[in-house]
Write a protein that binds this ligand. Structure first.
Ligand SMILES: [Zn+2]
Length: 320
């Protein structure tokens, strides 16, 4: 049976087309783990849309060339917040709501909550593992990474290590996570990886392709796809806890002129860039790294205020 596209939610809207959530279902021949991919909870984050495009193309071709390879059902939810995507905004446009803060118990009823509850129910009924793709905000560029809440570490780490990301960041829980899709699925005992990469409003094909290969590797590992895993060498991600991450912040307001790129391995006191005063032309501050390690976050939006984040570095083991 070939891929089927299902509409899991359709609500009439007074403005143009209805509010809909679609999913592509690639049916399986056996009962290996069912894996679901979700993208576009935030409408201005486009990297995941590209990765899901590649996955959909790949699976459609596999159905033609090697249909018995699909051993576990695969579901792709390609753009779950189409209103926000159409207006290219992070938030649900009518109410300025962050959809990824409307999951789980204790939410006030609203159209957005009805939408997120339907998505959560559908994912719970059709998935053994979920991958939720995100990008960063407008300010910071992120290297492909997975952030894991400590309580869920045991189940998620083995999956995260197969995903071809550069970094795994294990951090304690906080109240703000409890209304996210990832937290609620993990609490419901459906292992869910939240992958963050790049920056919003942009697509970085190389990094998207890196995660696409990671997803094929993961699907092979779980037995969901009976394929030869990708020939690309899968990265051994650097694993950090919060005290192993150094954050660099601006001491002045100004323009940040970067002199490095994410992914670079830095030595202590290497130059990251400079802060300049655009009016006087003076250099306000030379920004250097406080430690050696992997540069995994870097400011892309030059306008900074005092205290603005400029960079994050995963410290080298010797300095921890
Ligand atoms: Zn997001």
């Amino acid at each position: 049976m070939p891929v089927q596209t299902q509409c899991i939610l359709s609500i009439k809207s007074p403005l143009g087309p209805p509010i809909e959530i679609l999913k592509h279902v690639f049916p399986a021949l056996s009962n290996k783990p069912r894996v679901s991919f979700v993208t576009g909870l935030h409408g201005d984050e486009l990297e995941g849309l590209y990765i899901c495009h590649r996955l959909t193309q790949y699976l459609k071709e596999l159905e033609n060339t090697n249909p018995s390879a699909i051993q576990g059902e695969i579901n792709i939810y390609p753009a779950v917040n189409s209103q926000a995507l159409e207006s290219s905004t992070r938030l649900w446009p009518f109410f300025s709501l962050d959809i990824n803060r409307t999951f789980g118990p204790g939410q006030n009823p609203s159209l957005a909550v009805e939408t997120s509850q339907t998505l959560l129910d559908d994912l719970q009924s059709s998935s053994d593992i979920v991958i939720d793709f995100h990008s960063s905000n407008l300010h910071l560029m992120e290297l492909p990474q997975i952030r894991i809440i400590k309580d869920f570490e045991k189940k998620l780490l083995p999956l995260a290590k197969k995903s071809n990301v550069d970094l795994i960041w294990v951090h304690p829980n906080a109240d703000i996570f409890e209304s996210t899709l990832g937290f609620n699925l993990n609490r419901a005992k459906i292992p869910t990886l939240v992958i963050e990469t790049g920056i919003c409003h942009r697509i970085h094909q190389n990094r998207g392709d890196q995660i696409f290969n990671g997803m094929l590797n993961l699907l092979h590992y779980t037995g969901t796809l009976n394929i030869t895993p990708p020939s690309e060498i899968i990265k051994e991600p650097k694993q950090v806890q919060p005290d192993q991450v150094a954050m660099v912040q601006a001491s002045h307001s100004g323009l940040f002129i970067k002199q490095v790129e994410v992914g670079q391995i830095l030595e202590k006191s290497d130059r990251l860039g400079k802060l300049i005063d655009p009016v006087t032309g003076n250099v306000l501050e030379e920004i250097v790294t406080p430690c050696s390690g992997l540069l995994f976050t870097l400011r892309e939006h030059p306008l900074t205020h005092k205290g603005s984040p400029l960079a994050r570095i995963a410290k080298n083991l010797s300095e921890q």
